[in-house]
Design a protein around this ligand. Sequence first.
Ligand SMILES: [Zn+2]
Length: 71
Amino acid sequence: MPMIIGKILENEKRVKFNVEIHCTNCGKKVPGGILAGVRYSQTKAFKIELENFKKKYLCGICRDKKRLEKH
Ligand SMILES: [Zn+2]
């Protein structure tokens, strides 16, 4: 399932980006791409958010591991 970046208004057109996202911990590639609202996808804020998202992304397994380590 694609991940949504930013807010998408109810009746807004969506754009799908086939960007490759890798888990920053194990390097696993995450399928699905990214969805954003048309208007937001054209802003600089979106590009910044996308870059930050890619830098911080953890796959489900690594996220669970991290959560367990904290307890
Ligand atoms: Zn991972």
